[in-house]
Each structure stands twice: as C-alpha cells, then as structure tokens.
Design a protein around this ligand. Structure first.
Ligand code: GRF
Length: 208
C-alpha cells in the first residue's frame, strides 16, 4: 500500500473588512475544505461592532481592530495596521470590503488584493455601484486587483460581468454583483494560494 503524499501546508492569509463580511464568509466557507489550500489567520477591521468581525469570531478566527480615530494621524494608523498584519505573517492580504485607503507602511508589507464592485478601470472609489448606475452603462460587475498606492488602480487579476436591469436600484444591483464577486474572490484567492503569486504582477498599463 502506498502512502498518499502529505497535503501541502495551507497558505496563510489575513482578510480586512469594514462591513457585513459576506465576501469574508465565502472565504471562510471555502477554507473549511483542506483542498482549498488557505488558512485565514486573522480578520482585521477599521471599526468595531460589524458583522464581518462577528463572522470571524463565530469561525474562531483571530480578529483585530485598528481605528483611525485611535491614532494621531493617518501615518501612525497605517503603521499600526501594518504591524497587526505582519504579526500574522500572511503570504498575502485580502481586502474584502475594507473601506480605507492604506498607506506606505501597509503597502510595504505582504502583497494585498482587493475586490471592487465595478468593472475597473471604470467607476473606482467608494461608490462604484451607484456611479455605474448613474452613468447608464448596461453592463457592470466586479474586479479583483492588486492594491497599489492609487484608488482601485492596481493590476487587474480577474473580473465578472453583471447586466444592469431597467428596474435596478443601487441595492438590487449591488446584491447581484456581490453574488458574482464572492465567487470571483473565492476563485482568485484559492488560485493564488495554491499556485503562488506572480513575482512581479502586471502593473498599470498607461496609454498615451
Ligand atoms: C463589496 O461589494 C465590496 O466590493 C465593496 O463593499 C462590499 C462589501 O460586502 N467594497 P461584504 O461586506 O463582503 O458583504
């Protein structure tokens, strides 16, 4: 009888959230399968009392909160966030509805990916769903990208398209986008965890 090969160690990640955490929940559920290859070592947030943190606690995952209001300035908040992340030594960090722009200290740490509810480079920023609806586009969606020092400008990893219906509200559209977004995030995180991050992910393409 041959011994089966030892399972590879799961890739450690930290997930950052600011809200309801349904993307986080999709990752928690996926990571329950050892074949997925991911260990969520901690969930961090910029505020307390959110469902995202409660989801982590129910799954017995470490949590931490780093609030801007608890720090004299943005640079010190950024340094504190970077320190909390690096204490868990993650291979990469997933921003899953984390509504803060991180600074140089955090960017100098492990690579970060983000999920955004629009088809970048269209409609970056905090209101991607509302802005797509207001512009009148017929197709929007979700984008997973590396985090760089811009607002939703990092190299794109994957995208999913969602058709806008005539009677869509911001809420109904966002809910449909999130269904696609969660699947995209689970697919991307698992793929990066199992195959490794590219040495030098494609950077922004500048057109003249
Ligand atoms: C997602 O659509 C994310 O892209 C956006 O906020 C939403 C977070 O949803 N920034 P949840 O907290 O994962 O439910």
């Amino acid at each position: 009888m041959t011994t089966p090969p030892a399972a590879a160690e799961p890739t450690p990640i930290v997930v950052l959230v600011s809200g309801s955490g349904t993307n986080l929940q999709a990752l928690i559920d996926a990571a329950a399968d050892p074949d997925y290859g991911v260990q969520i070592r901690a969930v961090g947030a910029d505020r307390d009392g959110i469902e995202g943190l409660a989801r982590a606690e129910r799954a017995h995952i470490d949590t931490f909160v780093v609030k801007t209001a608890d720090h004299p300035d943005r640079a010190q908040w950024d340094a504190a966030l970077a320190a909390r992340i690096s204490a868990y030594d993650p291979t990469f960090v997933v921003c899953a509805g984390f509504m803060k722009i991180v600074g140089p200290a955090t960017l100098a740490g492990p690579p970060m990916i983000n999920t955004h509810p629009a088809l970048l480079p269209s409609f970056p920023g905090a209101h991607g769903v509302r802005d797509a609806l207001a512009h009148g586009v017929r197709i929007t969606g979700a984008t997973c990208h590396y985090v760089d020092d811009g607002v939703d400008t990092g190299a794109i990893i994957d995208q999913r398209a969602v058709r806008i219906e005539d009677d869509d509200t911001e809420e109904s559209l966002h809910e449909r986008i999130k269904v696609e977004e969660r699947q995209m995030l689970v697919d991307v995180v698992g793929r990066l965890a199992r195959t490794g991050l590219p040495e030098a992910p494609n950077r922004k393409v500048t057109t003249s």
